[in-house]
Write a protein that binds this ligand. Structure first.
Ligand code: AHR
Length: 655
């Protein structure tokens, strides 16, 4: 008993001494350091976890053109109890969209048709309007009609419309349905009424209210979340999806532009990558293709940043290599992409961009050569790509790979080669435990300032998985990322861009975790990691200034991590301070180098003493930023940083 009492007393003593230790941080507001790229904090988009089809691409019908390997995957044929008709699939031999279906109804008093299950259901909102469309050709003289029904998860009809007037040639027919109820797991029925035969393809259903009301558009709530991050750039389309499991499965941008119905559907590499989480129904319709990615980047104010295959399939899979004599077509794809994005409308690919609706250039400036490639095979290919691209487009900046890991033999070899090849940027990736991020806040302190700049193109704190395989998007991970990011900002001289990865995940159809934004068919949730990214990107400074404790930058000293910048446009000192201690910290902030700072400051904090805390689709507010105004008197004042907190402090430079 006495022993326990003594132990308790000494614990209290330790905690109170930690609490009362008063750290003084001096912010040298008059000492200009490196400029910070206005595009520093950006987005990494990959079609993983149903991020595109079933996610941000607002199409609600899965396998709308019957091109999945199993033509009726996602569909159920509805023939009635005594079948009086047929539903068959036909193949035209057209290379891009070969299949269509034919529905025959032999009886005027029966109904034949089919039902689509959507992507783990369809998210339907009461009162909302849905745009249905379909390509139809009538066969024969009979005049059947179509009945389109939205059906909720109990089987009740929650919206319906009829279509008629079909001809013996292929035509697109459209109708709008207004939903009478909300359901996250609704489905769509397409029923042939009356005797006759109809052939159909591209059976599609979109909410009318897409992002910017575009046809073939994107899910509004998800794009809004991207917009709210004020991202500097949008990296697309990945990730390993660029590489493919083999070369046939690689991402080929030319197959994703032009008419939507002519974009060839292929299976998504993430349909079979992760054991236990291999959705056989994960395909790429490419309804969200390169044109739509460029448009999305433009909409959200981000610089477009495509990553292209450089003749190498994913080295974690087949590692298939394009023979060097075959590399020309890969290089041509890169050159043509630059023309598609930036070329005059008189050029072949610039003309296509204009025909698709965007005569003005997309202002492409940077291009990634390969994703997570490694080995001499990569260097050989990167050299050939670099020479060809720079010859035709000397101002396009290139991004080289140093593989999937943050260090090691491959990494060192690739860095050595990158210094010789001199791409403008080198793409580093790290998926590591939270402690790694805390320990590595000084990673870039001694990087070669003359070498290529760093693009921290994929990073996220990963802890051990839960029994269902999911790794949590919890506060501890986000806090560790914030601590690490102060190190990225402090080293803006070498770090040009950074993006958390991956971006999106469907709660019922994910393969990878953690992710920045989770969603179901109706709603989405910003994770603590999202708020960390948002607080950095919306408080990006113009240049770095020193923030010192005992004359040293702060990257883990007393579990504090600090970076400071000047935002010249707002004329504000912006301090980012992470307190990774489990207790609050009293800190003296001493602003030197300005005559007098304002008498109040804006403070935004993200904090929780529960390091395991997450935000979930049905618990969205567990951890959210809190903003307040705090009075200060003079240039030196006490600031209390809550336990386990990220603090963004903005102070006007002169009172
Ligand atoms: O972000 C998920 C995957 O992680 C990416 O596809 C790949 O580049 C990395 O290995």
């Amino acid at each position: 008993m006495r022993k326990q009492f003594l132990l308790l007393c000494s614990l209290i003593l330790i905690i109170s001494s930690i609490q009362s230790q008063n750290n003084t941080i001096v912010i040298h507001a008059d000492q200009k350091g490196a400029d910070i790229s206005p595009r520093m904090w950006g987005l990494f988009f990959e079609d993983i976890n149903f991020a595109a089809d079933g996610g941000v691409y607002a199409e609600l019908v899965k396998n709308r053109s019957f091109e999945f390997n199993t033509p009726f995957m996602g569909w159920r044929r509805l023939m009635g109890r005594v079948p009086r008709g047929r539903v068959d699939v036909f193949n035209t031999g057209n290379p891009n969209n070969p299949r269509y279906i034919q529905i025959i109804n032999n009886s005027s008093d029966s109904t034949v048709g089919l039902q689509n299950e959507g992507f783990r259901g369809m998210g339907i909102q009461e009162g909302a309007t849905y745009n249905f469309s379909v390509l139809i050709k009538k066969v024969g003289e009979k005049k059947p009609s179509l009945e389109i029904e939205l059906v909720n998860s109990k089987g009740e009809v929650i919206g319906k419309i009829s279509l008629s007037g079909f001809t013996n040639t292929w035509n697109k027919h459209k109708a709008q349905i207004i939903a009478t109820a909300t359901d996250a797991k609704a489905s769509l029925r397409v029923l042939l009424k009356g005797e006759g035969t109809l052939q159909m393809d591209m059976i599609s259903l979109f909410p009318k209210d897409t992002w910017k009301g575009r046809e073939n558009g994107l899910r509004k709530d998800l794009v809004q979340k991207l917009m709210d991050l004020k991202p500097g750039f949008l990296r697309f389309p990945g990730g390993c999806i660029v590489e493919g499991r083999d070369l046939a499965n690689r991402y080929q941008w030319k197959k994703t532009v032009g008419k939507v119905e002519e974009r060839k559907v292929i299976i998504n590499r993430w349909s079979s990558e992760i054991a236990q989480r291999s959705p056989a129904d994960y395909y790429q319709s490419y309804g969200l293709g390169f044109y739509e990615y460029f448009l999305l980047a433009e909409d959200i104010g981000a610089e477009p940043l495509p990553i292209l295959n450089c003749g190498m399939a994913c080295q974690f899979n087949t590692g298939e290599l394009a023979a060097l004599e075959q590399l020309d077509s890969y290089i041509q794809d890169a050159l043509d992409l630059i023309e598609f994005a930036n070329g005059a409308t008189t050029t072949k690919w610039g003309k296509l961009r204009a025909e698709m609706g965007h005569p003005a250039p997309f202002n492409l400036k940077k291009l990634g050569v390969g994703n997570e490639q490694w080995g001499p095979e990569y260097i050989t290919r990167a050299k050939i790509f670099t020479a060809a691209i720079k010859k035709k487009y000397p101002t396009i900046e290139l991004i080289g790979s140093v593989g999937p890991y943050s260090g090691g033999e491959n990494f060192d070899y690739l860095w050595k080669e990158m210094k010789l090849l001199k791409p403008e940027l080198v793409d580093e990736h790290y998926y590591s435990p939270p402690n790694w991020f805390l320990r590595n806040a000084r990673r870039y302190d001694n990087y070669d300032k003359a070498g290529p700049k760093i693009f921290a193109g994929e990073f996220a704190a990963h802890d051990r998985p839960l029994p269902d395989g999911r790794k949590k998007n919890y506060w501890y991970g986000a806090l560790a990322e914030a601590a690490f990011m102060t190190g990225l900002e402090r080293n803006a001289q070498v770090i040009s861009m950074a993006s958390y990865a991956p971006l999106f995940a469907h709660v019922d159809a994910w393969q990878w975790s953690p992710n920045l934004i989770w969603f179901n068919n109706l709603t989405s949730v910003a994770t603590p990691n999202y708020y960390v990214q948002q607080l950095f990107s919306t408080n990006n400074g113009s240049y770095v200034i020193p923030a010192l404790m005992n004359d040293k930058s702060i990257a883990g000293e007393d579990s504090l991590y600090v970076s400071a910048t000047i935002d010249t446009r707002a004329n504000e000192i912006v301090i980012k301070l992470v307190n990774a201690n489990p207790v609050q910290k009293n800190i003296t902030l001493n602003i030197s180098g300005v005559a007098k700072v304002a008498d109040k400051m804006d403070v935004t904090t993200l904090s929780s003493t529960d390091l395991q805390l997450e935000n979930l689709v049905d618990q969205q507010q567990n951890i959210v930023p809190v903003k307040k105004e705090v009075s200060i008197s003079g240039n030196s004042f006490m600031y209390t940083a809550e336990a386990s907190s990220l603090n963004i402090i903005r102070i006007k430079r002169n009172g």
